[in-house]
Ligand binder design. Structure first.
Ligand SMILES: CC(C)[C@H](C(=O)O)[C@@H](O)C(=O)O
Ligand code: SF4
Length: 467
């Protein structure tokens, strides 16, 4: 196989056939499920008396509705309790591996599959969740699907899909101090737009990406979908293999060596042809904060809220709505904006390296008066590892709450919600209207380090002032 991208190679290897519609019937190697998008899919299976074709290729966890403080069952929220019971029953009925609360392995679906080595290069991975793009960090083709597609994968382990185009996004050079993977992806989305990736898979490459850890690559791929790309990936390399080696589901012994040479062969070829190529210079990226209601409305922390005229005609309506909803005026600096809530967590930035980096800035400082700040590890394993390093103590001494694993205030399908028009500094990935649990709540997306800076100063702060 030559002249191809990893995307083309993995797609072709998983092609079962071409459907009368012209779509590809694609085999899905790993199907991840959670409590929100699976109940109806299982109901549809039951209605038709269908089985789960390959239960061993399906893995379940619970994340969105999980309370991150009091996890006693039954949950206070009856609806959450019902969803929980539905998933427990379906996993039992169909013989699906389920990482329940307290198992030691529960967590946000996009955190647990990589940490257990379930996510591997060259796989096709689907999950009823848009941030499935995260798994592309390993050189997998991974994308979110809807509930009826969850049903299709459960029943047939395949999906009907149209092939995507591939855009190579190269970022080269060294990141400046205080600039993180989160800033890189916020910058990319700011430049290419929230719809710029529609119809594309994003191949993230370049020396900046090559120098990144797997967790940083996951942060980048996680937000591909916020740029409109259904999947994003990084070609697997030594960093990928080192991360995977020894993990629960990673190949062992001589199978490991075989797997590595196989994975290496899936790398995009040097002469691969792309539908588009975009190149960024890492040195031009600043600590970035969103000021608006889409992840594309980001600015460098030392910039001011952009003027209406600075937007393309097609983007002016959403900019106008953003000024109104956020109660921000063009020309105002984002730095110094008072914050009410500071949230560190989510499948974008709730991993161990994120917590470590955040703890560095929390150590010896204290959350400002009147600010509620909390840290939610993405998984039970991450929580345990963080505690073993004493990160929980650092955060608690600094005035942060230390919580159980889950999605928490990323989406607020659980008790963690903003009140009224509170402003939150959040390490999550979406700043949509009402996203964090209040229909007037306001979200500013930023890196975990910047969330800590906001927490200790009580306002949006340039992390470089704390370096
Ligand atoms: C609940 C789920 C379907 C949703 C998604 O698809 O991404 C959620 O995880 C989100 O982040 O908005
Ligand atoms: S952490 Fe947020 S983005 Fe990730 S799966 Fe949960 S709700 Fe979705």
């Amino acid at each position: 196989m030559s002249n191809g991208t990893l995307f083309d190679k993995v797609w072709d290897l998983h092609r079962v056939g071409t459907l009368p519609s012209g779509q590809t019937q694609l085999f899905i190697g790993l199907h991840l499920i959670h409590e929100v998008t699976s109940p109806q899919a299982f109901a549809m299976l039951r209605e038709r008396n269908l089985k789960v074709l390959y239960p061993s290729r399906t893995v379940a966890t619970v994340d969105h509705i999980v309370p991150t403080d009091n996890q006693a069952r039954p949950f206070v929220d009856i609806l959450a309790e019902e969803m929980m019971q539905a998933l427990e029953k379906s996993c039992k009925d169909y013989g699906i591996r389920f990482y329940n609360i307290g198992s030691g392995d529960q967590g946000i679906v996009h955190a647990i599959a990589p940490e257990q080595g379930l996510t591997q290069p060259g796989m096709t991975i689907a999950c009823g969740d848009s941030h499935t793009s995260t798994h592309g960090a390993f050189g997998a083709i991974a994308f979110g699907i809807g509930t009826s597609q969850v049903r299709d994968v459960l029943a047939s382990q395949t999906l009907a899909l149209s092939k995507l185009k591939v855009r190579r996004i190269e970022v080269n050079g060294q990141l400046r101090p205080g600039v993180y993977a989160k800033d890189v992806i916020l910058h990319i989305i700011r430049k290419l737009g929230v719809k710029g990736g529609v119809g594309y898979a994003y191949e993230f490459a370049g020396t900046t990406l090559e120098a990144m850890s797997m967790e940083e690559r996951m942060t980048i791929c996680n937000m591909s979908i916020e740029g409109g790309a259904r999947c994003g990936y990084v070609n697997p390399d030594r960093v990928t293999f080192d991360y995977l080696k020894g993990r629960d589901f990673a190949p062992k012994g001589e199978n490991w060596d075989k797997a590595v040479s196989w994975w290496e062969s899936l790398h995009s070829d040097a002469d691969a042809v792309y539908d588009d190529v975009v190149i960024f210079d890492a040195g031009e990226i600043s600590p970035t904060v969103t000021w608006g209601i889409t992840p594309g409305q980001g600015i460098a922390v030392d910039e001011t809220i952009p003027s209406l005229e600075s937007f393309d005609l097609g983007d002016r309506d959403v900019a106008t709505e953003a000024y109104r909803y956020m109660e921000f005026s063009p020309g105002t600096p984002i730095k110094g904006t008072k914050v009410d809530v500071c949230f560190i967590g989510s499948c974008t930035n709730g991993r161990l390296s994120d917590l470590r980096e955040a703890a560095k800035f929390a150590q010896g400082r204290h959350v400002a008066n009147g600010v509620k700040a909390f840290v939610v590890p993405a998984s039970e394993r991450i929580k345990k590892e963080a505690e073993a390093e004493g990160l929980d103590k650092i955060f608690q001494e600094a005035g942060f709450e230390w919580r159980e694993a889950g999605c928490s205030m990323c989406l607020a399908m659980n008790p963690d919600k903003l009140q009224g028009n509170q402003i939150s500094a959040s390490s999550s990935n979406r700043n949509f209207k009402g996203r964090q649990g209040s229909s007037t709540g306001r979200t500013l997306l930023m890196s975990p380090a910047m969330v800590v800076a906001a927490a200790v100063k009580g306002e949006v702060t340039d992390i470089r002032e704390l370096l």
